[in-house]
Design a protein around this ligand. Structure first.
Ligand SMILES: O=C(O)CCC(=O)C(=O)O
Ligand SMILES: [Fe+2]
Length: 279
């Protein structure tokens, strides 16, 4: 992964690397050690008591009775203000405005905790392409030439080969499809290695997956999905958050929650008058 810092993460350079380069970059220096420790503690506590949640790309783990070794914590915005600070970090907002359009939204913010012994995931692409194993359910000619997804992983524990750092195939985002046996995903994959506080930012069309955790420690990350304003988000965040959160949300957070773009709307009941057009 090309590596940037909070100071060097030029939006044009990052966007070029996501679309036309490896498909993933590392950015360090965005978060303090205190923020990382707080986020990790909240996730460990929630996932300790509430292990049984919806998850993805874990079919083999479910069949093997190992699904509880990869735990999700959903709806993180409601579980600590530190997660709002992560989602709306100004360096990320600047890059994502270039990549997904100035009015981009957030589709999900969740934790992925892989316990020691956790088996990892199957190689995949992310929402809204995640069911592209059935391409006929998508429009004819759909490809990855413009982005409808960006993924941020905020790394909370050492991401090493042993702990199950995300594997990905650099350059695979240039052709939207699921990898086949002949693509030799595991032979060609590199790893998103990093230290607590680092961010891996990638284009979700890049083939990737969480890998088995053979270390002796938990491997936690905050996974944030960003989308253009008009893609249906994966989590219904406004419905899952208390009204008090929405009432005090910053302008950037309101944008991320999709509140600036009101469709679908009951237009029969909407304010009368011209609502769109250049003049
Ligand atoms: O946690 C990871 O390493 C990757 C998770 C992921 O790709 C997913 O859940 O879609
Ligand atoms: Fe993924």
């Amino acid at each position: 992964m090309k590596a940037f810092t909070a100071q060097t993460a030029d939006p044009d350079a990052v966007v070029d690397e996501l679309l036309h380069g490896g498909g993933a970059v590392k950015i360090s220096g965005l978060f303090t050690a205190e923020q990382i420790a707080e986020a990790r503690a909240i996730i460990m506590e929630h996932s300790e008591n509430d292990a049984n949640k919806a998850t993805h790309f874990q079919g083999a783990a479910e069949a093997d009775g190992k699904i509880a070794l990869q735990r999700r914590v959903w709806n993180l915005l409601a579980k600590g203000d530190v997660f709002s600070a992560m989602a709306a970090h100004p360096v990320l907002m600047d890059i994502l405005r270039k990549f997904l359009g100035t009015e981009f939204i957030m589709g999900s913010i969740a934790a992925n905790r892989i316990l020691p012994g956790g088996p990892g995931q199957e190689p995949h692409v992310d929402y809204p392409y995640w069911d592209f194993h059935s391409p006929e359910t998508h429009p004819v000619g759909l490809n990855g030439s413009f982005p409808m997804n960006a993924q941020v992983s905020v790394i909370l524990d050492p991401f090493t080969e042993q702990s199950g750092a995300t594997a990905y195939v650099p350059g695979s985002q240039r052709e939207l499809r699921y990898p086949t046996e002949a693509d030799d995903f595991h032979g060609r994959a590199e790893r998103m290695l990093g230290n607590p506080g680092d961010v891996a930012l990638f284009y979700g069309v890049t083939w990737h997956c969480a890998m088995p955790n053979t270390s002796d420690h938990d491997r936690n990350a905050v996974l944030i999905q960003y989308l253009p304003k008009w893609v249906k988000p994966m989590e219904d965040m406004p419905a899952a958050l208390p009204q008090s959160f929405i009432d005090r949300a910053s302008p950037d957070m309101r944008q991320l929650l999709g509140l600036n773009y009101p469709y679908p709307e009951v237009l029969d009941a909407a304010k009368a008058g011209n609502a769109e057009g250049r003049t």
